[in-house]
Design a protein around this ligand. Structure first.
Ligand SMILES: C[S@@+](CC[C@H](N)C(=O)[O-])C[C@H]1O[C@@H](n2cnc3c(N)ncnc32)[C@H](O)[C@@H]1O
Length: 149
């Protein structure tokens, strides 16, 4: 089967705006619910990495669900990050969620360690799907529970 990825970065402003303004309420809340079901009762503390965070809706939901963590959201599209930065500020979470431009794969990011790594709807954009798995492997702190959702 030939794999046909979508264009990787969503760096067109109209596209970023349409995505940021779309209603993903049910799907995105389900990501949090599934996470909590997979690790029942687990409190996530420390630093969480959200790969391909886009406009940060899931970063925000995750930070609200786990009030003792901090989220680093990374995305290669400044256009998406601009919507994310506004949403994080509107949610009053600028002290706990930091968004920055990072195009994956990124060797510098792979030197950093996180207590949890989350990602939604990124894989089908990546030219090489192994980028996602290799980044998770590099960035998930050793000794953590490495099960995947
Ligand atoms: C469909 S959006 C998903 C956004 C967010 N995770 C969500 O679920 O709402 C995919 C995002 O991945 C970003 N992206 C795609 N390829 C990337 C890469 N190689 N490095 C960093 N970000 C990338 C795009 O710019 C886009 O914002």
């Amino acid at each position: 089967m030939d794999r046909v990825p979508e264009p990787d970065l969503m760096d067109d402003d109209a596209q970023a705006r349409a995505y940021a303004e779309a209603n993903f309420d049910e799907a995105h809340q389900n990501v949090i619910t599934l996470f909590q079901q997979r690790w029942p009762g687990r409190q996530i503390t420390g630093r969480v990495l959200d790969l391909g965070c886009g406009p940060a809706d899931i970063s925000i939901r995750f930070a609200r669900a786990f009030p003792d963590c901090e989220v680093d959201g990374v995305d290669g599209a400044d256009e998406m990050l601009a919507y994310g930065i506004r949403a994080v500020a509107a949610a009053g979470l600028s002290k706990r969620i930091e968004l920055r431009n990072c195009y994956l794969p990124d060797k510098e990011l792979e030197q950093q360690q996180f207590d949890a790594v989350i990602s939604n709807s990124l894989l089908h954009h990546l030219k090489d799907p192994m980028t996602l798995w290799q980044t998770i492997r590099a960035c998930a702190r050793q000794g953590n529970d490495r099960r995947y959702l």
